[in-house]
Ligand binder design. Structure first.
Ligand code: ADP
Length: 392
């Protein structure tokens, strides 16, 4: 009997040991599972916050781009629009046109066809928009691009090329005709006159090409040199350049006692070229014996350089346009004075390149005042030495 009891006790002890081991393993497995679950939870938390961060970044990026972006779900309901696209969502007439077009194109994209359409809005301001749509896996995307500025630049470039062709074709055509007549001419006096006219036309073409080169150089130098330029020295240099022509036309140029401490920062060559063009016009469009005055007027952080003539003046209706390339108030007068129609375009470009502006006031029959306004760092303590050292 005691043997049986001993066996039972041993069996129970063995069972308890087995059960204890199992329990320990189970605890370990449980702990492992808990740790894995916690790690999984942390990973998905991290993934969720990175996805949230990415979403915020993408939304900010979409708000920063200049195009309007809209996303529609599979039923055509717009579920997202960026900031630019929002601006088309109000109820103004032209915006309603855009909304309607976007809706139509999104429907086509949802049916599987990528589409684009150009819309002209008559404004104001006048605008041209290109709407492009693309099907997506579960909806469609629309992009609205404002191409008004691009279109305007293309048109300006096309006009410019047409204008240059015309400007060069005219003297070349004239030279051809004159040369043809010259070959048939026996009278030496007439032949001489014809040859002189050929020379005139050649000079005219040369001036146009020269001005085109200056304009193209100035246009390409969007960030011109930023050197100190003594305003009175720049004026003196321009006056010296115009002097022979002014003397020949019997025009006096008076420079009103300029302060030698006035300094503007920029490209000396460009500033002198702008002043020369203003003086050239003042001389060309004045009667012999007239006086042209140049004044420097500092005003805080700006310097106004005024060129005033008492010549023919410009009609009010033309004042806005005289700065356009090849625009002339009086074709015949510009032609007879050797004008290229590019002088004021050069002046305006120089002003823009220097964060300045050029303005004009004029009265027909009384004269004109052109003012070149440039940023000026107040009065320099002493005149900055110039390689030309001249002052008028
Ligand atoms: P142009 O070479 O023909 O002078 P600009 O571009 O310098 O070309 O000037 C454009 C036009 O503006 C001129 O053709 C002229 O009709 C007018 N204009 C410019 N400056 C003056 C001025 N000081 N007085 C009268 N008309 C002027």
């Amino acid at each position: 009997m005691p043997v049986v009891i001993a066996v039972v006790v041993l069996a129970v002890a063995a069972l308890v040991i087995v059960l204890l081991r199992q329990a320990t393993r189970l605890r370990a497995a449980l702990a492992e599972t808990k740790a894995a679950a916690a790690a999984e939870l942390a990973r998905s938390d991290h993934e969720r916050s990175s996805a949230e961060e990415l979403r915020t970044r993408l939304l900010r990026a979409l708000d920063a781009i200049p195009q309007g972006v809209l996303i529609a779900d599979a039923h055509g309901k717009v579920v997202y629009r960026n900031r630019v696209a929002e601006s088309f969502a109000d109820a103004r007439h032209s915006d309603a046109l855009v909304e309607a077009a976007v809706g139509e194109l999104l429907d086509e994209a949802l049916a599987g066809t990528p589409t684009d359409r150009t819309i002209d809005l008559f404004g104001p301001p006048r605008r041209t928009l290109v709407i492009t749509t693309q099907p997506l896996a579960d909806g469609a995307l629309a992009v609205i691009d404002d191409v008004s500025e691009r279109r305007r630049l293309d048109a300006t470039r096309r006009d410019f090329v047409a204008n240059i062709s015309h400007e060069l074709k005219t003297p070349v055509g004239a030279m051809g005709l004159l040369a043809e007549t010259l070959t048939l001419e026996d009278d030496p006096a007439v032949a001489r006159r014809l040859a002189e006219r050929i020379v005139d036309e050649a000079f005219r073409m040369d001036r146009t090409i020269e001005d085109l080169l200056v304009l193209s150089r100035i246009e390409s130098e969007e960030a011109p040199a930023h050197e100190p330029v003594v305003a009175s020295v720049a004026v003196a240099e321009a006056v010296e350049r115009i002097r022979p022509g002014a003397d020949q036309a019997g025009i006096t140029i008076e420079v009103a006692d300029p302060d030698p401490r006035l300094v503007v920062f920029g490209d000396r060559r460009q500033i002198v070229s702008a002043l020369y063009n203003l003086l050239d016009n003042a001389v060309k469009y004045s009667d012999p014996g007239a006086v042209v005055e140049v004044r420097l007027r500092p005003d805080g952080t700006r310097l106004a350089i005024e060129v005033e003539d008492h010549g023919f003046g410009i009609p009010k209706g033309d004042l806005e346009r005289v700065f356009e390339r090849f625009y002339r108030v009086d074709q015949a007068r510009s032609r007879s004075t050797g004008g290229t129609g590019l002088g004021l375009a050069i002046v305006r470009h120089v002003a823009t390149n220097h964060a300045g502006e050029v303005t004009v006031e004029s009265r027909l029959g009384e004269g004109s005042t052109f003012t070149l306004n440039l940023p000026c760092d107040a009065l320099a303590p002493a005149a900055v030495p110039s390689p030309h050292g001249a002052s008028s």
